[in-house]
Design a protein around this ligand. Structure first.
Ligand SMILES: *Cc1c(COP(=O)(O)O)cnc(C)c1O
Length: 398
């Protein structure tokens, strides 16, 4: 049996996880695993990481009691963990700084990654600029066209953006391209994954660097309420912000947890949602065993979400395990519900959330009215929505 918090020695969380690699990537990933095993136990490394979190990112992020939202639903007290207030506007900077610090410790001069919508690329380019490493981001040609502002940001931050013109010219092709480059360049390059996904030890590395969110929140809620929350809610793409919020509470049975997946336009049509936990099956992708939306040949399905940070056909292996053992409930929020929750938060609290984070607000809106005023919900507000306003305005008008 694996522990509820940690992977076993082979990198498995129950039936999920592991390290499934082509031979040319075995040595480079083994090197990452060995380096992280040392770094995580080095107080100096962790102190450097924590100093950056406070002085550069601006942590601790506030835990905010949303009073007007609470009144609106007339039930549980609703708190928002404000990851949107981090430098660069989301939780992603937490793990990107950790990964670039690890790369530097390993003597690497460059970090390499793929990006879909560009959010991971921007956070990584930021951390690389700060710590003086080169940064190369592979991005599908179609995504480059769609996400122009993020391409500009990455280039301003000194990163090289490589346009991938193979296949469908989207995230999946960018992943293949970046892994290909890593296989030849690994002696001076660190591969920086953007969520709690990929081969062991990445799901553990990214989770550990995100777990600051839940540790901080635990101290904050105890100071404000003198007790633990009843419900935690986070959106799930790959699952890093959710693992960040959940990890410090996994062994507290009284705390219920919800991961919210993108229900998209239609759960009944392949390609119109990204509800991996709800509709997927066990499979293999990006070096891990996990829940996957796949066709009969085991190839990943096309996916859709109104929030580009959530349109991934798989999910981190620890989430798949937490579902198997019933510790976390996984639910969906549709595009339409998400748009409604997005606007509600703007008007009741003066906070424009990321469309990703607005998925978590949908589940909050369903639960809060069913709970009492002495109960507490904490929602991870994983990012700010400035990036989404043009798209949302168009949707509301159209
Ligand atoms: C990327 C992103 C997500 C989804 O990633 P996870 O790994 O599932 O957390 C969620 N919210 C925001 C704001 C993002 O940028």
């Amino acid at each position: 049996m694996t522990s509820i918090v940690h992977a076993d020695e082979a990198g498995f969380f129950g039936a999920h996880g592991g390290r499934f690699l082509p031979p040319q990537l075995e040595a480079p990933i083994a090197e990452v695993a060995a380096a992280y095993a040392e770094a995580r136990n080095d107080p100096e490394f962790m102190a450097e990481y924590e100093a950056l979190l406070s002085d550069y990112v601006g942590r601790p992020s506030p835990l905010f009691l949303a009073e007007r939202l609470t009144k609106h639903f007339g039930g549980a007290r609703i708190y928002l963990k404000r990851e949107d207030l981090n430098h660069t506007g989301s939780h992603k900077i937490n793990h990107c700084l950790g990964e670039v610090l690890l790369a530097k410790r390993m003597g690497k001069t460059k970090v390499l990654a793929e990006t879909g919508a560009g959010q991971h690329g921007v956070a990584l380019a930021t951390a690389a600029a700060l710590l003086g490493l080169e940064c190369e981001i592979h991005m599908g040609a179609i995504d480059i066209e769609k996400q122009h502002p993020n391409v500009v940001r990455m280039e301003l931050l000194g990163a090289t953006v490589v346009s991938v013109t193979d296949g469908g010219q989207c995230l999946k092709d960018a992943v293949d391209s970046a892994f290909g480059k890593f296989a030849t360049d690994w002696e001076d390059t660190f591969f920086a994954i953007g969520s709690v996904v990929g081969p062991d030890p990445y799901p553990t590395i990214i989770r550990d660097f995100q777990s600051i969110v839940g540790r901080e929140m635990r101290a904050q809620i105890l100071a404000k309420e003198n007790r633990l929350p009843d419900v935690l809610i986070a959106c799930v793409g790959g699952g890093s912000n959710a693992m960040g919020l959940f990890t410090a509470f996994l062994e507290d049975d009284s705390v219920r947890m919800f991961g919210v997946e993108p229900g998209g336009k239609n759960l009944d049509v392949v390609g119109e949602h990204a509800a991996t936990m709800t509709l997927g099956s066990p499979g293999m992708l990006h070096g891990m065993k996990t829940m996957l939306l796949q066709d009969s040949a085991g190839d990943p399905d096309a996916v859709h979400s109104i929030a580009s940070g959530l349109d991934y056909p798989a999910v981190g292996p620890q989430h798949a395990h937490l579902k198997d053992i019933g510790r976390v409930q996984y639910v969906t929020a549709s595009d339409d519900e998400t748009l409604e929750a997005f606007q509600l938060l703007c008007r009741t609290e003066g906070i424009i959330p990321a469309l990703e984070s607005a998925h978590a607000l949908v589940q909050m809106a369903k639960l809060a009215p069913t709970m009492g005023p002495d109960e507490i919900i904490v929602v991870n507000l994983s990012g700010r929505g400035d990036k989404d306003i043009d798209y949302v305005a168009e949707k509301i008008r159209g």
